[in-house]
Design a protein around this ligand. Structure first.
Ligand SMILES: [Zn+2]
Length: 93
């Protein structure tokens, strides 16, 4: 499975430095418009480290949803990141 940069459309490589934004979109760091969209940056790093990661903002949203039906009545902030990823994998994502 290949991922292309949203800006230049070139395929992203494992060792490329990329930007993950709040909308779960990956772009080359060199293609990212930091001047205008700096506030939307979630993480910057090598593709192999960021691939499959959800932006912090989206993790929080999923935790809110999981907390609603949580049998242990935990608060969203008590739910670990791993549990969000596990439930998404369960849904076949
Ligand atoms: Zn690019």
């Amino acid at each position: 499975m290949s991922i292309r940069c949203r800006v230049c459309r070139v395929e992203l490589k494992d060792e490329d430095i990329v930007v993950l934004d709040d909308f779960n979109i990956l772009r080359h760091k060199r293609c990212y418009d930091f001047e205008y969209y700096d506030h939307l940056v979630d993480s910057v790093g090598r593709l192999e480290d960021l691939q499959g990661k959800l932006p912090r903002f989206m993790l929080e949203v999923y935790k809110e949803v999981l907390a609603i039906g949580d049998p242990k009545n935990r608060l969203p902030e008590e739910i670990p990141d791993e549990e969000v990823y596990a439930s998404l994998a369960f849904l076949g994502n």
